[in-house]
Design a protein around this ligand. Sequence first.
Ligand code: FE2
Ligand code: FE2
Length: 152
Amino acid sequence: MTDTPDGVLATTLEEQHAEIRELIERLKRRSSGPSEDGERKATGSDTSATLKKLEAVLVDHFALEEKGKYLASASAIAPRLSETANRLLRQHSELLDQLRSIIAQAMDASRPEAAGTTLDKEIQRFTHHLGNHDTAENQLIQAAYFDDHGGG
Ligand SMILES: [Fe+2]
Ligand SMILES: [Fe+2]
């Protein structure tokens, strides 16, 4: 097995990815309708709490990816990937902006019913965006560290 200097960092990032996926699933369940026991969707405060937790995890996660130069070192190994790596790094601030705007909407309790449908759509759009980012990132790392280093 190839041991890279990024091994520990990779483990931490992968743990964060798992936590992010879990929070996304929680948000998706929120927007997929009433739960099986007939209760209404999760309350606004549950959703706000999950969104804020996701924001905190993402702030740490993106900082680690950027500071650890994980994507940058991937593109150093495989220069053909540098354009993709830069695009993914730029998406971090876009994703945080999008999430913070959703949090502001979720916390605006002045018109909860009207906001509900809009919020569901925004959350779906965001989780889709984040899911695509995650997938592209994993593919990039795979391509840089494993495909290009396949010969060991
Ligand atoms: Fe990322
Ligand atoms: Fe990531």
